[in-house]
Design a protein around this ligand. Sequence first.
Ligand code: CA2
Length: 154
Amino acid sequence: MSSANHTPPVVLLLSGPNLNLLGEREPDIYGRATLEDHVAVARRAADEHGFVLEHRQSNFEGELVEAVQAARNHAAAVVINAGALTHYSWALHDALAAFDGVVVEIHLSNPAAREPFRHTSVIAPVADGVIAGFGGLGYGLAIEAVARKMSESR
Ligand code: CA2
């Protein structure tokens, strides 16, 4: 007899340093929407796919590392905008490498079209894919990518 598992998959959305300031400064680069607005977009998309979205923002690398660690055996996917940590946090790289589910890296801007220090992502090698440069639209696309990736591996 097969027993169906009806627990909805959890998608953990992680937001790194300074993303709590969105909407307040640099609207030419990041737009006028707040982080809350982006989370709402992701939550709506997650609801449509039957996922539960959990969100955590932190300005501290270690807190983000701990959040990724806690996602093991809890979340099916991690969607992460690591902010500037993207470009140098090997600790986040290692934590994400130890996470078995789907990993989507996301950016509002297109770092490849900006200053040279933003051209490297140390997270990209341990992500399933990267969505960048589409502003807030990217948050919906990231959830869509999670859904597609999860249906592939079923
Ligand atoms: O484009 C993205 O989403 C970034 O991850 C945003 C990061 C940046 O360091 C990455 O290179 C690309 C920065 C987020 C900081 O956002 C601010 C918003 C308002 C005021 C100051 C910073």
